[in-house]
Ligand binder design. Structure first.
Ligand SMILES: Cc1cc2nc3c(=O)[nH]c(=O)nc-3n(C[C@H](O)[C@H](O)[C@H](O)COP(=O)(O)OP(=O)(O)OC[C@H]3O[C@@H](n4cnc5c(N)ncnc54)[C@H](O)[C@@H]3O)c2cc1C
Length: 387
């Protein structure tokens, strides 16, 4: 990409090497056993990746959304699961604390989150509210110097292994009465609930967060009571831009693997790559990947330059994620087809790429919800008010 700086290329190379050395050797076993590459987080901490967007004066790397997306693409090409856990830690928890928390909260949480000693996550989704995120029911009621928190979050990336959660709760009766509370494992009344077994992203632990009369000191509140909706939305935008990097990584590996295979596998005494139907799959995949790559990094660059804000930022982020996610699933499916029976077995990684890619069409906003965001921008509230 023409605007990748030397610093961007350095990050790309660093993450490529890290992924080759620390992620590649472990992912197959972790995927099979639904494990977690805990050690990789200490190494990411050493490399400065855990605070990739955090300003240098706060202990981070002070890089931009383009760099973060590049990191996601490089890691995602090798191990999309650990990359998803990295995203939840870095973009959804660490970056939100760095952007929105006060000095005391940053002092309490950032150092150990940046070093990898603590694992972070973000709690928004609940059993009854997924796409309708503002319909959450988890309630925080003020009592003296504490909030008493009750409710359950679900589908939380790093839930089963996390130490710190950037968590949203209702503090009033309207949809917009949402407040952020930083929760940590030490709080009485908080527990990690059920771990969920999944089709893909199996080495990224997902589970519930359960709050049962959990006593949360008022000092854990981020910003003002009932004023978190804007922060929540901005968090979703940067999440959608950077998570698109994971889709790009999965697609790139799928294309690479399928291309190599098409050169080597012979049927009817010819490499299968000589058949036009195989060429069509490979060339469409390659062109769609490049188109999504351009869209995604353009969205990241626009975000960095500040030329997109509010609804326009949401629309660009939605477009990048919608297209990259659909592309990754289709490209991974086509890679399986190119490998034939071997593609369907666990002897080759392409079936894992497909299982992982499918999540990209669901997490951080489903395809359908992203289309609604784009439609609202195109058609206006008058037409879209009913949804
Ligand atoms: C592996 C994984 C990791 C996740 N990590 C996190 C995390 O770290 N933190 C967190 O808070 N959440 C997380 N999530 C939750 C994720 O964001 C939600 O699953 C997602 O937003 C969809 O919500 P839902 O699953 O409840 O589906 P629902 O909202 O119930 O949707 C079901 C179906 O209905 C469609 N639908 C819903 N509303 C509309 C509409 N208005 N128009 C058209 N179609 C509609 C959806 O697109 C979907 O196809 C994770 C999910 C998964 C699977």
């Amino acid at each position: 990409m023409w605007y990748f700086s030397d610093e961007h290329r350095m990050i790309q190379e660093t993450v490529r090497q890290f992924s080759r050395e620390k992620l590649a050797p472990k992912i197959e076993k972790l995927d099979a056993e639904e494990g977690f590459n805990r050690e990789s987080f200490y190494k990411m901490g050493e490399l400065g990746l855990l605070g990739i967007l955090v300003p240098e004066k706060e202990g981070g790397a002070g890089l931009d959304a383009v760099a973060a997306t590049l990191a996601m693409e490089e890691m995602g090409a090798v191990d999309a699961s650990t990359t998803l856990s990295y995203l939840a830690h870095t973009i959804l928890c660490v970056n939100q604390i760095a952007k929105n928390a006060n000095a005391d909260q940053k002092k309490k949480y950032l150092p150990k989150l940046l070093s990898g000693e603590w694992i972070g996550g973000m709690g928004m989704t609940e059993p009854g509210s997924g796409s309708d995120a503002l319909g959450m029911k988890t309630k925080a009621v003020k009592q003296g110097d504490f909030y008493i928190l009750n409710g359950t979050k679900t589908f939380i990336t790093n839930g089963p292994v996390g130490d710190v959660f950037y968590n949203y709760a209702k503090t009033g009766e309207t949809k917009k009465d949402i407040t952020t509370l930083i929760i940590d494992k030490s709080m009485v009344g908080f527990s990690a609930g059920k771990k969920l077994s999944k089709m893909g992203m199996r080495a990224s632990p997902t589970g519930e967060l359960v709050f049962s009369n959990c006593k949360v000191p008022l000092s854990q509140r981020v910003g003002q009571e009932g004023e978190s909706v804007k922060m929540l939305m901005q968090n979703l935008d940067i999440e959608r831009i950077t998570i698109s990097g994971i889709s790009l990584g999965i697609a790139r590996s799928s294309i690479h693997f399928a291309t190599q295979y098409a050169k080597e596998r012979k049927q009817f005494n010819r490499p299968i790559g000589s058949f036009q139907q195989i060429q069509e799959k490979l060339t469409e995949a390659s062109a769609w990947y490049e188109a999504c790559r351009t869209l995604t990094y353009t969205a990241a660059k626009m975000w960095d330059l500040g030329v997109i804000k509010d609804r326009e930022a949401s629309m660009m982020a939605a477009k990048a994620k919608l297209q990259s996610a659909q592309m990754a699933t289709q490209v991974a499916l086509d890679a399986i087809q190119i490998l034939g029976g071997y593609g369907y077995t666990r002897e080759f990684p392409v079936e894992r790429y497909m299982r992982d890619a499918k999540l990209m069409e669901i997490g951080a906003g489903t395809n359908e919800v992203l289309r609604l965001i784009i439609a609202r921008h195109m058609l206006g509230n008058e037409v879209m008010d009913s949804v």
